[in-house]
Ligand binder design. Sequence first.
Ligand code: 13P
Length: 303
Amino acid sequence: MNIEALKNEIYKLKREKNALIVAHNYQVDEVQEIADFVGDSFYLSKVCAERPEEVIVFCGVHFMAESAKILSPHKKVLLPEIDAGCPLADMVTAEDVENLKKKYPDYSIVCYINSPASVKAKSDVICTSSNAVKIVREFPNDKIIFLPDKNLGSFVRKQVPEKDIILWEGFCITHYKIKKEDVEKAKSLHPNALVLVHPECRPEVVELADFVGSTKQIIDFATASKEKEFIIGTEMGVLYSLKKLNPDKKFYILHPGMICPNMKKNTLQSVRDALLYERYQIEVEEEIMQGAKRALAKMLEMG
Ligand code: 13P
């Protein structure tokens, strides 16, 4: 089937099934193009909870679709490619959290949304890259264990020096590729460009940036800026919205390897199959569901 025919079939199936298609900023361009909403983890989790559609096709990775299911358990949440996972999310287990709680009983657990539901269920509150600083700052305990991303955690630690923050050792395999030397080289090649990076980058990369934010915050920053050139330190999927919203501006990706292999698994064909066969349905065990929902709801309540 050619691309136009595939797109038309997706629109037809979407109408017939009254489905909502959401896509993360890292999805391939053509998947972002057919989505009803495109955004970062926080924005999409809110959209899925607030919209009335009973079927959601989540074009992202497993923990994102799982979070949508937890926030709306009565909805049918579909992930087009069932093996689209997140190595960072898999770097911590529920057992690890249990052990941390025993070792540090006075600490509260702030868990990045890039984590399995079983870990969320044992956490006090969830955060995303767009609200991590606010959640840690405003959480009513000065002793925090932040997991699983050590880089986002160390960014938060710098912004909230008044709190005692213990970090876990997880990291994103894609953002980790960017080194300090890549930023120095990009800056010397494009001296007029601003450097915008995701907080999953190494601390020494974040240190050299002009702006640090979630994918949506990076897109919004570049769009609102009067500057014309930007060096981008996150997955290259963001270039779709950056170029579409800013045809007169120039964007340079910090590292050629900024491609998340899991995010790129979803295709137009798999979105069409997800709608047609109603697959792959995300399910979460009842007990885990309740605990994870409490921690996610706490995040939404704290903004
Ligand atoms: P966002 O919070 O920008 O959606 O980032 C999610 C993510 O997985 C980054 O690698």
